[in-house]
Design a binder for this molecule. Structure first.
Ligand code: PGA
Length: 256
């Protein structure tokens, strides 16, 4: 598949207005061509999203939400809907991150409803899947992740509008990364499941790897077959740690 790599920064519950300076550095670097040929997306906290989009959003860098509700509007105190994110100018939204699945009991069925609402709102959902260490240790990783893929993605959706992020739960924020062979096996299986679900359209779906991606390991991970980009947590918080990942992605354009 010859596609631009997609690099997404997930700031999680980090970032006050003082940290906008890092986003400014990243946006300026993107505008100067550091990430040419790479799709660069940042998902800051909802509190900073509108400011980021109005100050830095352009064709070199896009912004996204970290979650959305499954409903378009209604009596859901504290929640943010996909149309609200789109109204700000967001283009992406992460759904089904393992921290949401664990902390809020989100099931794949719920994640699927969120992804569907995101698509209807003209956002690209980044649908996260991934096994725990116990599941991998028990030899269940492939089965668990394929089940999540089958149930978290709306099959009648425009496939080109969906991204999948494979994030082993045990690799998130731990500095532990699966072997290249394990990433390759999982991504090949996800690709084949997507082919079953979406037929020819599946080739438009990007499959990102996430979990302890950094400037030192990004080039190796992005060169693995069927790895179309990365979802980056900790290393996306600072321009000095995020920019090397964008540069690594640029050298990998066309691979995967
Ligand atoms: P990490 O987080 O890069 O800090 O491991 C990735 C994620 O949770 O999306």
């Amino acid at each position: 598949m010859t596609q631009q790599k997609l690099i997404v920064g997930n700031w999680k519950m980090n970032g006050l207005s003082a940290q906008l300076s890092d986003i400014e550095v990243i946006a300026k670097a993107a505008a100067s061509g550091v990430a040419s040929g790479v799709e660069c997306v940042l998902c800051p906290p909802a509190t900073l999203l509108g400011t980021c989009i109005s100050r830095f959003g352009d064709q070199d860098i896009a912004f996204g939400g970290q979650d959305c509700h499954a409903m378009r509007a209604g009596a859901h105190t504290g929640d943010v809907s996909a149309p609200m994110l789109a109204d700000l100018g967001a283009r992406y939204v992460i759904v089904g991150h393992s921290e949401r699945r664990t902390n809020y009991g989100e099931t794949s069925i719920m994640v699927c409803a969120k992804a569907q609402c995101a698509i209807e709102s003209n956002l690209t959902p980044i649908v996260c899947v991934g096994e725990t260490w116990e599941q991998r240790d028990a030899g269940e990783a492939l089965e668990i992740v394929m089940d999540q893929v089958r149930h978290s993605l709306p099959t009648h959706a425009e496939a080109g509008r969906i991204c999948v992020a494979y994030e082993p739960v045990w690799a998130i924020g731990t500095g532990r990364v699966p072997t290249n062979d394990d990433i390759s096996e999982m991504h090949a299986n996800i690709r084949s499941t997507l082919n079953d679900m979406f037929a020819g359209e599946a080739r438009n779906i990007k499959i990102l790897y996430g979990g302890s991606v950094n400037g030192a390991n990004a080039a190796g991970i992005l060169a693995i077959d069927h790895v179309n980009g990365a979802l980056v947590g900790g290393a996306s918080l600072k321009a000095e740690t995020f920019l090397p990942i964008l540069i690594a992605a640029r050298t990998c354009v066309g691979a995967g």
